[in-house]
Design a protein around this ligand. Structure first.
Ligand code: EPZ
Length: 434
């Protein structure tokens, strides 16, 4: 397995272009199943999760052609309605195939995705929404079996105990666009990735009002046509690189991202005193003297502070003197990065669903273990500011959501190498952990 070797190497400098958003590309590819006509999807990030989704589309019967590194042609002339466990378990977001299969085939059998280290990943709201659309839904042998022969629009409230559901909204939206009648979807997620999906569906002929609001009004249509769509830039990737620039006191321009997609995150960076300049489609992080200010954050559905940037901001606050508190309202246990940051010298503790950080630590390199996508990014960010060498194992987690991560950071001056775990100093081998 691959590992990263990272050495603190001073301020990052230069320009970095942002890729298309993973969390938009995945439901958008699922939506190509809604029509038998070809769809061209552009600005697609080259990620293992995206390759998994394309693999599943192919296994369902769609023809999948790569036209250029970030451009794909999908034609789902005839498709099956079963997404098997051996594929779904690889990538839990494949649960967002439920909606298109229900809409197109009027039936679906999708394996229930497992949980993951950030916490249980229930789909009760997805099932509630499908039942409100007249579907008969049974859970059997680890599969969600849906009979949608009576699919029809209706009023749905989709909010849950942690607020809205992103892939739940995507699923119900994709089922409703071909459901006869009107669907009023209240408590819908407003994430930019859902807005991007709505834009693509409207290009295909879907009738959707209220895009970007928590109330979507959908008039079902009989058929949808193919389309050409470019995926929205990845605000989480942009926030990740922004935190990496900030922790190294660098001068980095992040291009291809409208700052408005990072509202709450930039608001907290401003509160921390991080200097940056904005244009319509870029963010330039500027060097600073002295220290940033500690902050407190609560993660919330969009437009609140994104849970997917909590770990990365924690890494930045670990070196910022003062008391910072980061509270998770979306995934209360999303703190797998904490014990690894502690190994590097972070003074932080978990209290319930909050990370309490006594900032100002001088981080030192150490062998650490990646555990999930965003926690892995937080470890790289911390390693960029640490003295000495940090060895990060299990970086396949990171490859799920960041394209060419190490090469793009190296282009900014980071000392980061992708090596084999054979290059790990013997004393750090995982077996030594046993
Ligand atoms: C999406 O996951 C993202 N993944 C996640 O990004 C992101 O963290 C999450 O939204 C929250 O923003 C993709 O879009 C592929 P949810 P999703 O349904 O849709 C609870 C990353 O790092 N809930 O919005 O699975 C749930 O437990 C990934 O890129 C229910 O209770 O998340 C959570 O507490 C990680 N019942 C909250 O809602 C349900 O039926 C939000 O979950 C569904 C969700």
């Amino acid at each position: 397995m691959d590992i990263f070797r990272v050495r603190g190497n001073g301020p990052l400098k230069g320009t970095i272009a942002i890729s298309g958003a993973k969390n938009a590309a995945l439901p958008i590819f699922a939506a190509t199943l809604l029509t038998e006509e070809p769809c061209i999807i552009d600005n697609v990030p080259n990620l293992s999760d995206v390759r998994s989704m394309l693999d599943i589309l192919g296994r369902l019967g769609a023809s999948v052609t790569q036209e250029s590194p970030h451009r794909w042609r999908i034609e789902a002339k005839k498709i099956g309605h079963t997404a098997p466990y051996e594929l779904v378990r690889k990538m839990r977001a494949s649960v967002c195939l439920l909606g298109p299969l229900v809409a197109r085939c009027r039936r679906a059998e999708v394996s229930i995705p497992g949980g993951c280290v950030i916490g249980p990943r229930p789909i009760d709201l997805h099932i509630k929404g499908l039942r409100k659309l007249g579907c008969a839904v049974e859970i059997e042998n680890g599969y969600v079996n849906v009979d949608a022969s009576k699919l029809s629009g209706g009023p749905i409230f989709l909010g849950g105990r942690h607020g809205s559901t992103v892939t739940g909204t995507a699923n119900i939206l994709m089922a409703a666009v071909l459901a006869p009648g009107e669907t009023r979807l209240e408590g819908a997620a407003c994430e930019p990735e859902i807005v991007d999906l709505c834009i693509m569906l409207k290009k295909m002929g879907a009738q959707i009002e209220g895009v970007g609001s928590p109330e979507l009004i959908i008039q079902g249509v009989a058929k949808l046509s193919g389309c050409e769509h470019s995926v929205v830039p990845d605000r989480i990737e942009a926030g990740t690189f922004l935190a990496a620039a900030a922790i190294t006191r660098g001068d980095v321009t992040i291009t291809g991202i409208p700052p408005r997609l990072l509202g709450a995150f930039l608001d907290k960076c401003e509160e921390a005193g991080l200097p940056f300049e904005l244009t319509e489609n870029s963010i330039r992080v500027l060097p600073y003297e002295g220290n940033l200010n500690p902050i407190d954050i609560i993660t919330l559905p969009y437009p609140g502070f994104p849970t997917d940037l909590q770990a990365q901001m924690s890494a930045l606050m670990v070196v910022t003197p003062g008391l910072s508190i980061l509270t998770e309202r979306i995934y209360p246990n999303r703190f797998m990065h904490v014990p690894e940051l502690q190994r590097m010298g972070a003074d932080m503790a978990i209290e319930g669903s909050s990370a309490i950080i006594k900032g100002g630590a001088r981080l030192s390199g150490a062998p650490v273990m990646a555990s999930d996508l965003r926690a892995s990014a937080a470890l790289v960010i911390a390693a960029l500011a640490a003295e000495g060498t940090t060895w990060i194992q299990r970086i396949y987690h990171l490859d799920r959501g960041y394209e060419d991560f190490e090469a793009r950071l190296r282009a900014l001056g980071a000392d980061i190498e992708r090596l084999s775990d054979k290059d790990l100093p013997k004393e750090y081998w995982e077996s030594a952990e046993a």
